[in-house]
Design a protein around this ligand. Structure first.
Ligand code: ZN
Length: 136
């Protein structure tokens, strides 16, 4: 994936100070004709926005299947080398070997975070990003 790392979102002025970009992700259930064992409904999805998993109304994911995809999400959020498999490979299989369910992870928008608003280090932190005005 040769994605441009600059500019789908406008970074605040603090970009030059202490910030970093993370991709938002869309995680979508795909079957492509395979038979699922778990509850995999093709097209159901959730998004990843910073640390948050965001589910739309009625969207569900098997916790067993989710366990397979969770460890990869934080790496997929970060810019990676175009030759890294993390950049090119987008589908994660359900851990049940008899199940045809998969998750397709797509990088969408980029979101800017301040180090001081996201770190737990006492001497470096400020108000957490999610407590700022306008945050969800
Ligand atoms: Zn499954």
């Amino acid at each position: 994936m040769a994605e441009d790392l600059k500019g789908t979102n406008n970074a605040p002025e603090a970009e030059t100070d202490d910030g970093f970009w993370l991709y938002d992700l869309k995680v979508e259930t795909v079957l492509d004709g395979r038979t699922p064992v778990c509850r995999h409904i093709e097209g159901e999805s959730f998004t990843v926005e910073g640390e948050a998993l965001v589910f739309g109304a009625g969207q569900r994911v098997s916790m067993y299947a989710l366990a397979a995809v969770l460890p990869l999400l934080s790496a997929k959020q970060r810019p990676t080398n175009p030759n890294d498999w993390m950049s090119t490979d987008a589908e994660i299989a359900c851990p049940d070997p008899h199940c045809g369910g998969r998750f397709r992870i797509t990088r969408t928008e980029k979101r800017w975070f301040s180090h001081a608003e996201t770190t737990g280090l006492p001497d470096q932190r400020s108000t957490p990003y999610w407590q700022k005005d306008g945050s969800e």
